[in-house]
Design a protein around this ligand. Sequence first.
Ligand code: NDP
Length: 601
Amino acid sequence: MNDTIHLDADAVLRRFAEEREKRLRPEGFGQYLRLTEDMDRDPWTVRQERPPVADHVTFTFVGGGWAGLLTGAELAKRGIHDVRIIDRAGDFGGVWYWNRYPGVMCDSPAALYLPLLEETGHMPSMKYAFQPEILEHCQRIGRHFGLYDKALFHTSVERAEWDEAARLWRITTDRGDSFTSTYLSLGLGFFSTPKLPGIPGIETFKGKAFHAARWDYAYTGGSPADPRLDRLTDKRVAVIGTGATAIQCIGPVSETAKELYVFQRTPSAVSPRGNGPVDEAWFRSIATPGWQKRYNDAYVRDWTGLWGQPFSLEPSLDPLDDDFAKFAARLRSVILSVPAEIRNPVTVKAALDKASVEIVSEVHEYIRGMVSDPDTAEKLLPWYRPLCKRPTFNDDYLHAYNRPGTRLVDTDGKGVEAITETAVIANGTEYPVDCIIYASGFEFAKDPLRALKFEVLGVGGVDLRSRWAQGVRSLHGLHTRGFPNMFTVQLAQGADFAANVPTGWQDAGETIALIVDHMRQQGLSRVEVEEADELAWSQQIAATPPMPDTRDCTPGLLTFEGGTDPRIALLSGVPEGPRGFFAMMAGWKWSGDFAGLEFQQ
Ligand code: NDP
């Protein structure tokens, strides 16, 4: 135990509240801007001209990230290969296609995060994989399951319309494509739209400016595979934002930039990463048939209960020695430390408060130990509960502040004040820079309508936007009344964050594939959710209390920037949590009854 743990817990909790108050903004999501067309260009693949398609396919999936790949793979496993995946990117990968900034990696262990390892025969090279390996794995899945054959890249759907008479979807795109599809699935991602801070004067800056998700290696030097940014040696660089993206890219930038100013509104909680190569003998020893599902189940189980769902009393498994899992195990043991006979939301909250103070104090101690300038170290200390914002893990970020050219500009929760033609202004001081890198995040599309940028017209021409105007309505997050033969693969009303994102998408893909396979075998042509089942499911979701530990959080994407729109209640996952959801879905989909769905010949 360290000294800081003896901090006055009440004082720390008061500080959490004060820091939150500083950051609450009435504009919520409205404080952000979308990228200009110029900033949003694809830096990675040259757009190829191609003739428009005008054919029919069995299945169309909009979105080429994990959701599309895993649904395509599950369909292919059942012999359904007539699948078209569409994406505005130049290849598969979703966030891993776009985000190639230096240092980008995934914080879930690769053995878990990279799906279908058994099927594709890949062994991860590192405990935590860097982006090039993850993107390669997306491409590997695409090749392995034949998903490239009909894919359309650099293509944006403009409209999808249900044709009741023909019982199919009519789909048009910005490339002049006009084709039909028996089924339509939307997997639009929840981090697909980068955002910029709405800082006064942002449009006036005359130097180089880009979002981290559209990294400009021509300007910085280096490449995703070799992130030595050798063209920054004579440049003054600003990074705006200190979230998970910034934590990863600031190390490489600070190594070469002549001057680096990091503009901080809220510090991230940073812990050590401890990455390393995967030991082949170890991997072979665990990779027995069915291993990845077993490991996934253990991971999901370890996280269950932390957001107020029924709590699993089983001991933690953590077979991959993962830091996220350790974190979950720690919180679980805190909850279990409350005697069963008095364990209730109030006593559990009190125990978690105590643990939050301890965990935050430990993070503080780590930061103080890593950063040599005490004033900078103090400014880097996070003051919020551990689950309010995403914890980060990195061995290079804090060290960056020990390099002579790197300077933290903390704004005490206020953010950057203004941008001029040549400088960033914060705390009344002007910082002249040659380049601004926006590590300012993404529109958090837990509300799937935020990611939907085209018309989806169901029965009678009803637009999905108007159908969901008062909030998402679905069965299992997948089926919406009035939108036959359509599946939405997204976070709301299902497993929610399944601790490891691809786990949720794989489960959804399997469900979809089983329904489509069932219809093929039974000669059915139309499926739609029953109205009463959709209503009951959505009502159950709306009645789910919000995650208890985030109600008094500092604002951020996990808390909808402090928003209070009542439609947020419909964006929760099921009350049983991911584990309960997957168990329920397994029974539902494998029974072959598909209760709540209405099938027609
Ligand atoms: P975030 O939304 O987490 O961070 C955006 C940053 O920009 C925040 O620090 C925010 O401050 C700051 N900001 C916004 N407006 C201003 C302003 N006006 N002035 C100064 N700073 C400002 O985006 P990220 O891209 O970092 O991460 C998004 C998500 O992507 C993560 O939560 C994670 O889920 C995922 N991700 C996962 C990774 C992994 O697995 N390793 C790596 C990277 C991302 P404030 O906090 O005050 O809002």
